[in-house]
Design a protein. Structure first.
Length: 103
C-alpha cells in the first residue's frame, strides 16, 4: 500500500484543505509535545512538574491554533486560544497556591 512510513505521514488526504508541508509541521509539533511529558515523568518536584505541564498545554494549544490556520477554520482557532489563555492562568494560580501553602 505505502512504500514507507514517511510517505504515509506526508500523504495528502484532502488536498483542498491542507498540503504536505502543513502535515509535516503538525507532526513535528506533535513530536515536540513529547518533551514536556518526558520531563514530567523524570522530575520529582511538584513545581517543576507543574511548569512542564504548563509547557505541554501551551504546545497543544499552539498545535490547535496552527491546525486551524492551515485549514482556515477560525472557530477551532478560538478554541485553541481559549485553551492557551485559561490553561496557563489556571496553572499559574495552582503554582502560587502551592508555593504559599508550602511556607
Amino acid at each position: 500500500m505505502y512504500n514507507n512510513v514517511f510517505t504515509f505521514l506526508v500523504t495528502d488526504f484532502n488536498s483542498s484543505q491542507i498540503n504536505n508541508i502543513d502535515l509535516v509541521i503538525i507532526y513535528t509539533m506533535l513530536i515536540c509535545c513529547l518533551m514536556p511529558m518526558i520531563s514530567i515523568a523524570r522530575s520529582n518536584e511538584i513545581l517543576s512538574q507543574i511548569a512542564s505541564s504548563s509547557s505541554f498545554g501551551s504546545k497543544i494549544a499552539m498545535l490547535i491554533i496552527s491546525y486551524a490556520v492551515f485549514i482556515g477554520d477560525w472557530s477551532i482557532g478560538s478554541i485553541g486560544t481559549t485553551i492557551l489563555i485559561v490553561g496557563d492562568a489556571g496553572l499559574i494560580a495552582l503554582t502560587l497556591l502551592y508555593g504559599s501553602n508550602r511556607n
